[in-house]
Design a protein around this ligand. Structure first.
Ligand SMILES: Nc1ncnc2c1ncn2[C@@H]1O[C@H](COP(=O)(O)OP(=O)(O)OP(=O)(O)O)[C@@H](O)[C@H]1O
Length: 308
């Protein structure tokens, strides 16, 4: 049996009458990267704050690393790392001063403190920047410092809230390699994102919308089970074709990607290409072909975007 690091049941967070998280159930196994994928305001940060013990749920049960949260939040603090959405270190302290400060908060002292600070600076390429003020660093450098600070005390479980929203694609790729290194070393990771490519790298994801989980599984399983086939159309007048198709029986969604229209056709239609070719709207199309689904298609079928 895989070990469970996070278990949540019926998790609700209300702000006055508004439910930011609305009946969330979660099971996250050790050794995986688990992603929350969802648009702004879908409740990802609120859910994560409840899992870390920073926010008290209105309803529901949370167990993280076998501890009951928020009751045991103080003990949990030493076993988890949390990288918040906005940079939360001190801009007017240097890299080294920030790391020393965080080490003190996590109870590291003496030789161990020195050793861990040296290790994380080396691993996250901060050694040459150790005397740089955090406020004077680039987005990518700041992100490496934030990750170094979050793993300083060697947490078993790491929470990352939209960790790459402020960095360029190359830094993002590099950052994800570092996450997989952490996983190889035994760390489990929970990450929120609104980037599809990032979600696709996770072992498992929850698709969030309006505080609720709309789908949960490995990206490739979600793609296999999404209930629609994907067909792309090339040709003139794609905007007109889109207008005609949207709302037609059997069509889940249609969106233009460059010179192609990507159409999601319900999977109870046995021949989706033939089905689209038979539509008057596609008469002038030069190409209609079935393509492989991606995570964005899963997102569209799982959320309101596909129901509009
Ligand atoms: N302290 C609060 N008081 C009132 N409403 C809040 C509070 N915190 C969050 N919300 C609301 O709850 C909803 C969910 O917010 P949350 O930050 O969890 O979403 P998110 O999916 O993380 O989005 P983002 O990517 O923008 O951070 C939003 O509508 C937000 O305005």
């Amino acid at each position: 049996m895989p070990e469970i690091v996070v278990r949540a049941e019926g998790l609700v967070k209300k702000f006055k009458d508004f439910s930011a998280v609305d009946g969330l159930d979660l099971t996250i196994e050790r050794g995986m990267i688990y992603g929350f994928l969802g648009p702004n305001g879908s409740g990802k940060t609120t859910a994560m704050r409840m899992l870390t013990g920073l926010l008290t749920p209105t309803e529901g049960k949370v167990e993280v690393l076998g501890l009951s949260v928020p009751k045991d939040a103080e003990t949990l603090k030493y076993k988890i790392g949390y990288m918040t959405q906005t940079f939360s270190l001190y801009g007017d302290l240097t890299v080294l001063e920030n790391l020393r400060f965080m080490a003190t908060i996590y109870g590291l002292s003496g030789k161990k403190r020195k050793q861990r600070i040296g290790e994380v600076m080396e691993r996250y390429e901060l050694t040459d920047l150790k005397d740089r003020f955090a406020g004077k660093m680039s987005g990518g450098q700041r992100q490496r410092l934030a990750l170094a600070a979050a793993v300083l005390h060697e947490p078993q479980l790491l929470f990352l809230d939209e960790p790459t929203s402020a960095v360029d694609p190359e830094s993002r790729r590099h950052f994800w390699e570092q996450l997989f290194d952490l996983v190889e070393g035994g760390t489990s990771i929970v990450v929120t994102t609104h980037f599809m490519d990032e979600a696709e790298r996770c072992h498992r994801i929850a698709i969030m919308e309006a505080g609720q989980k709309r789908a949960d599984g490995a990206p490739k399983d979600l793609m296999a089970a999404m209930g629609a086939n994907v067909v792309e159309i090339e040709g003139p007048n794609l905007r007109d074709i889109r207008r005609e198709l949207l709302g037609a029986e059997g069509i889940v969604a249609a969106a233009q990607l460059g010179a192609r229209l990507r159409v999601l056709v319900k999977d109870d239609i046995a021949d989706p290409e033939g089905f689209l070719k038979a539509k008057a709207a596609t008469g002038g199309a030069s190409l209609i072909e079935r393509v492989r689904p991606n995570l964005e298609d899963v997102f569209v079928t799982a959320t309101g975007e596909g129901r509009q």
